[in-house]
Ligand binder design. Sequence first.
Ligand SMILES: NC(=O)c1ccc[n+]([C@@H]2O[C@H](COP(=O)([O-])OP(=O)(O)OC[C@H]3O[C@@H](n4cnc5c(N)ncnc54)[C@H](OP(=O)(O)O)[C@@H]3O)[C@@H](O)[C@H]2O)c1
Length: 348
Amino acid sequence: MKRDDLSATTVLTAELPELAAGEVLLKVDRVGLTANNVTYAVLGATAFRYWDFFPTEPGLGVVPVWGFANVDASNAVGVDVGSRVYGYLPTASHLVVKTGRVDERGFNDVSAHRADLPSPYNAYALTTTDPSYSADDEDLHILFRPLFWTSFMLADQIVDQNFHDAAQIVFSSASSKTAYGTAAILKGQGREIVGLTSPRNVDFTRSLGCYDEVLPYDEIGQLAEMPTAYIDFAGSGETLAALRNHLGDRLVREVIVGVTHQEMAGPDALSNPRTTVFFAPDQIRKRTSDWGRDGLDEKFADAWGEFVPHAREWVDVLVGQGPDALKAAWLEVLGGTSPPRVGHVLEL
Ligand SMILES: NC(=O)c1ccc[n+]([C@@H]2O[C@H](COP(=O)([O-])OP(=O)(O)OC[C@H]3O[C@@H](n4cnc5c(N)ncnc54)[C@H](OP(=O)(O)O)[C@@H]3O)[C@@H](O)[C@H]2O)c1
């Protein structure tokens, strides 16, 4: 797609390259598409550098997606043809990975252009040794796994920081998978969990049962006036202004997590001393150092195990095949017209 017009998509073709020593050819199989991928594109050229993972022609960007791929050819010791991996993939038929570490968990890509990008994005996990992999739940894994890592780490940080000394935790874009995954973990822990959403998504968001209260954006004035932490998935300047206006000093913390409304946070949003930006890989790094990688994975697997039965009820998976279906799903998610119950999975 064009970097300056995310609705202008294009299909490029190229010959498959010869593999050098240590390289692996992945056939991209099945990936998901949610607002998170749109955020990667919206923030592609910022310090997050999402365009840098899968370089392409000047002026164009390949949007990263999460999903499964199969090893089609391997020139790397310890990586077998036919293995199935989960990881960060391009919206493309294939990806050449230059393997660094190879062990029983999988391998990582040490290509020069990815070297200083966050390491969780560079790892490819073998399905055979992943304790929370289940072949029957691949689509849930595709859609929720990267988002639930964020939900899990964000909830962990909120609890670790004593709920930011707030009595009420308010989420925007409460109908989004990342927001409701976080709310599902936090509900029942002694704080009021409130979701804000678009009027058309109120019924869906209430039906989830993971918020104590759900309000449409235009009823922010109904929020209880108590110490409040705002967990912002929408990035809407208008919603933030309405909250600040209604709560004043009772708005004790603003945490920027996402920009589903596709507005870049302005200096006004960021300059506030109560504002922090949440980036899941940072909290993953912190907890890996506190608990060790195995300890973190075990805690995540427990939380994931509790979440999956709910997630199964909260999503209708819509499977499309090939570039045309990918384009249609992309334009729907970009335009915000996908109903929140729909989860797009693409076979490429
Ligand atoms: N910081 C991190 O590390 C991190 C990690 C993962 C995800 N995130 C962020 O969390 C956010 C949610 O991602 P998700 O994949 O969970 O989303 P999702 O499930 O696809 O969310 C869909 C919801 O987002 C809102 N939305 C989507 N497109 C919109 C548009 N064009 N205009 C206005 N609203 C729109 C709507 O919610 P409402 O009607 O309720 O507003 C919609 O129901 C994204 O911004 C993502 O980047 C951040």
